[in-house]
Design a protein around this ligand. Sequence first.
Ligand code: ADP
Length: 162
Amino acid sequence: MKIGIYPGTFDPITHGHTDIITRSLRVFDKVMVAVAPNPTKHPLFNLAERLDMVQLVLKDIGQVEVVTFDGLLVDHVRRSGAHAIIRGLRAISDFEHEFQMALINRKLAKQVETVFLMPSEEYSYLSSTIIKDVANHGGSLTEFLHPEVARRLQARIRSVKP
Ligand code: ADP
């Protein structure tokens, strides 16, 4: 059984993430979605909230396991028995950072491969950061987020606004 691990902050999960997970399942038998605490990114949602939303959005997609991890990703990959790291590549702007990450991970653990998948065009400009910006300015989120995730994001933004 080929297992891929898809790590990220998922603050919050968008249709872009879901698109990559669905595509991954055409290549891997199982995908482990690994939600990272990433405190240095100052996420809007805490780890438990992000995990809960990822679980909610993916509940009807088979062969997906949602986990969390702390520390080095490659250590987690080795412990979990996954065969490859999955990352999404949007516009060219993702490339340099992702290339760097893939090579450092290979340096740390040379048997760990990284696989890149391109999202559907309609999501190729979508990021959690831009969505938080749209939400902050009262824009519509229906095309980008699961309705319950959109509701929670709007509620969170209302609660943190001065
Ligand atoms: P990270 O903090 O690791 O960048 P993210 O949650 O922002 O976590 O993203 C996790 C992965 O999903 C990254 O590989 C990112 O490039 C990818 N990703 C995020 N949004 C999209 C999207 N709209 N289309 C394709 N890949 C995406």
